[in-house]
Design a protein around this ligand. Structure first.
Ligand code: MCN
Ligand code: CUN
Length: 796
């Protein structure tokens, strides 16, 4: 195992710049990944395994008139064709969503979005299954679709969810946070008020690996083994038990290596359920793996928020209040994954990093004839949308006040001494120290020099933009008193076992999709008990082998499971003290800890290492009352609060005045995620998230035509960034530990995706300032930029 040096310590970081147990250790999982030996769902081959394929609706809204499967069933390699009415007979045509709605597994009555699941073919091989789809005859009675969320509540809008009893419109929910009266009063007396409609378009996480499952139902034992691309194996198992009636102890969900999740793999998709039904019907294992278009058209999208933003300030730039009303397009089924109490996720942390007098937001969710989803793509339960809103509004205010956007931010930050900070929408930020982070980013960027360069270039007619974003993230859901998903409290378990020879295994309930948990969780244990990380195996992704917990999303693994792991290691360390005392024939209180061993106070030469204690635990020494003969422990961790990482991002763009093409020339990112466990992994997370941000800001969007046809269903139309579109990232960090986390760590996995889009858009708008452009909606494609330069914006 190669251990890399951490970078020279960062002065802004104070004395907390101490990476945990072996710092920039290379990832333990990479030897298998770089050799092509990762083991993904599609690598699973079971004896006699069959293959499933889904017939999908070609239109967005249509009544199902008839389905004829005769020809498909006659195909020599086809074993079963399952339709909605077959599922209806089993009571499985509809499944609960993570938002207390229901979603059709297969269409029974009506198609509600293009790409919706209509029938499932099980055949001997993948090709035959696909071929047979074309032999199914379906008659549709096409209906007018609802494509634009703004028209979803029109009195004459077609009602999409007529399956729900008494439903006469497309309204899902109204939700609000903050204090309306107080906010309105502040607005009424403010010197300056600016307003802007801001659209965060529908985008898709588009992980490298699409979604898939292999279901293996054993009819003799009544046991189901389900290999699945999931970020939350335990929660999935519980839901499968509830929906299918198969007892939970007879269900094993295995999530092997995952080729990227980004929130795409939180939900339970019809394909997973169909693989299970296919296996039950045929008595054989059934594999279903979707293709790229199926992934982009039917699985969890992200964003799709139309936000009316308003910001109030004094004329010398003290920001007073923020308010917004949001129209949220949830697609045809409300299937967003977020804590039950929060139908708009954590959007209401939209006051960002600023100390305001008042804030208020309302969110209205509506159905449209589009794929369901909404909470995905490194969104931290919609903090993405919130940060985008506030960071755009602050820039728009800066323009109005003719103030420098960095100066305006510095003037309004929540101050260090105000933490823990209760914000105006009911959150308590655990810790923060924003100014040094902002100043470090400005120093790294050479901010004043950049502004001088911009001024000169403007005089020559060149378009250069500098964009700033300062974000506060909200991660680590969450305290079980406030947060649950379908009634399951958001806690996570950890089990640590030290084998007699001193090697260890730690079992966790979260599931890596590329974040490097096998490395960082071993590092946490190493830090706490002194066993080297290479001697610690991290087991995850198998419900038969790991303790219960809610899984990986909302960057909760470090804040919740990381805390569980630190505490379970401390529990083992404490137990080791009693065993060591027995071995040394002394009292536990006479022992002192140094990394990796307990020794007699005042006599460091007499002591026992963790490995010796492990052997002792399993040996013959008489143990004190209440101490079992092992060195194992388990905990379940219920976090007292979320963690609030933050960061300062500066983006420099050049815009080609002839074509509207935007080039990101530089990007400076200073992140603060508290105590840093593995700086190399953190950098990787940041690089990935910044690339996401450039993608969303400049090129990614899923659009629909007037008929509801999805226009982002392949990588020909849904553009994702490559090395060509991104600069060499310039990263820095500060360290403000979380006061309530056992090791002071905050999550970081979504920080850059949350924080970077506003920096890029702010830079583009800044470049276009000479044309009077105050705002433009993402993605800033050459065509849109060029239109903005002509004083035109796209009709909504
Ligand atoms: N880490 C660290 N020190 C910290 C915080 C985190 O060393 N102070 C490390 C962690 O130990 C972990 C990684 O950074 O190895 C990310 O940790 P964390 O912020 O806790 O996030 P999660 O592990 O819970 O990952 C989820 C997050 C989410 S929600 C999305 S979306 C996303 C993201 O991670 N999806 C990803 N990053 C991704 N990275 C990859 N490669 N693939 C995805 O699908
Ligand atoms: Cu919102 S995407 Mo991540 O939380 O799995």
């Amino acid at each position: 195992m190669t251990i890399l040096e951490d970078r020279p310590s960062n002065p802004a970081a104070g004395d907390h710049d101490r990476p945990i147990g072996h710092g920039r250790m290379q990832r333990k999982e990479d030897p298998r990944f770089v050799r092509g030996k990762g083991h993904y769902v599609d690598d699973i081959v079971l004896p006699g395994m069959l293959h499933g394929a889904i017939l999908r609706a070609p239109v967005a809204h249509a009544r199902l008139v008839s389905i004829d499967t005769t020809e498909a069933l006659a195909h020599p390699k086809v074993l079963a064709v399952i339709t909605g009415s077959d599922l209806q007979a089993l009571g499985l045509a509809w499944a609960p969503t993570l938002s207390m709605d229901v979603q059709a597994v297969l269409v029974t009555d009506k198609v509600r979005f293009q790409g919706q699941e209509v029938a499932f073919v099980v055949a001997e091989d993948r090709y035959a299954a696909r071929d047979a789809l074309e032999l199914i005859q379906v008659e549709y009675d096409v209906l007018a679709p609802v494509v634009d969320a703004r028209k979803a509540m029109d009195p004459d809008a077609p009602v999409i969810r007529d399956d729900l009893e008494g439903r006469t419109d497309n309204h899902i929910f109204d939700w609000e946070a903050g204090n309306k009266a107080e906010t309105d009063a502040v607005f009424a007396s403010a010197d300056v008020v600016v307003k802007q409609e801001i659209v965060y378009p529908r985008v898709h996480p588009a992980p490298m690996e699409t979604c898939g499952a292999v279901a293996d139902f054993d009819p003799i034992e009544g046991r189901l083994t389900l290999y699945e691309t999931t970020q939350a194996p335990h929660a999935h198992r519980t839901l499968f038990a509830i929906v299918s009636g198969i007892p939970e102890h007879k269900i094993r969900v295995v999530s092997p290596d995952i080729g990227g999740g980004f929130g795409n793999k939180v939900g339970i998709y019809p394909g997973y359920i169909l693989a299970v039904v296919g296996s039950i019907v045929t008595g054989k294992p059934v594999k279903w793996v979707e293709d790229r278009s199926e992934n982009l058209m039917s699985t969890s999208f992200a964003r799709d928020y139309i936000m009316q933003g308003e910001i109030a300030a004094t004329k010398d730039g003290k920001i007073l209040a923020l308010r917004t009303s949001v129209l949220a397009d949830h697609g045809a089924f409300n299937a967003t994954a977020q804590p039950t109490k929060y139908p708009a996720g954590f959007f209401h942390i939209f006051t960002g990093s600023y100390d305001l007098a008042a804030a208020h937001c309302t969110v209205t969710g509506v159905y449209t004839n589009k794929a369901p989803g909404g909470v995905a793509y490194a969104c931290s339960f919609r903090v993405t949308e919130a940060v985008y809103l506030v960071e755009r509004m602050v820039d728009i205010l800066a323009r109005k006040l003719e103030m420098d956007p960095a100066e305006l931010r510095l003037k309004n930050f929540i101050k260090k001494e105000q933490f823990p900070y209760p914000n105006k929408t009911g959150w308590e930020y655990d810790s923060g120290d924003y100014e040094p982070t902002m100043r470090l980013s400005m120093k790294m960027a050479g901010y004043d020099e950049l502004r001088r360069e911009q001024k000169e270039k403007r005089e020559r007619g060149e378009l250069m933009g500098i964009g700033i974003s300062f974000f506060t993230e909200t991660v680590g859901a969450g305290p079980r008193k406030d947060m649950d998903i379908l009634g399951l409290g958001m806690a996570d378990g950890a089990e640590l076992r030290i084998h007699p020879t001193g090697k260890a295994v730690v079992r966790i309930s979260v599931q890596s999709q590329g974040q490097g948990h096998e490395t960082t969780f071993a590092q946490i244990v190493a830090e706490e008990i002194g066993i080297p990380p290479e001697d610690i195996d991290v087991v995850h992704g198998d419900t038969d082998q790991t303790p219960f917990g809610l899984g990986t999303y909302g960057s909760r693994s470090t804040p919740v499971s990381g805390a569980a792991v630190a505490l379970v290691a401390r529990k083992v360390r404490e137990k080791a003290r009693f065993i060591a005392a027995a071995m040394l024939e002394t009292r536990p209180e006479d022992l002192e800890w140094e990394k990796g061993r307990w020794f007699v106070k005042g006599d460091p030469s007499v002591g026992k290492t963790m490995a010796e204690i492990a052997m002792g635990a399993h040996g013959t020494v008489a143990l004190p009352e209440g101490i079992d003969g092992n060195l194992d422990a388990e905990v379940t961790y219920d976090p007292p609060n979320l963690t609030f990482p933050f960061g300062a991002y500066i983006c420099v763009v050049d815009v080609d005045p002839g074509t509207g093409h935007v080039k990101v020339r530089r990007f400076i990112a200073v992140d603060d995620c508290g105590t840093r466990i593995n700086p190399m992994i953190i950098e990787g997370q940041i690089h990935g998230g910044l690339t996401d941000g450039v993608g969303m800001a400049l090129m990614e969007i899923i659009e629909f035509d007037a008929e509801g046809n999805c226009l982002g269903g392949s990588f020909m139309d849904y553009l994702i960034p490559t090395a060509m579109e991104v600069p060499d990232w310039e990263t820095g960090f500060t360290v403000t530990p979380s006061p309530h986390h056992p090791i002071g760590a905050k999550g970081v996995g979504e920080s850059a995706t949350v924080g970077s889009p506003p920096a890029v858009v702010n830079a583009v708008v800044d470049a276009l300032a000479p044309f009077g452009v105050v705002h433009m909606d993402m993605p800033c494609t050459p065509a849109r930029v060029w239109e903005a330069m002509q004083g035109r914006t796209r009709p909504p």
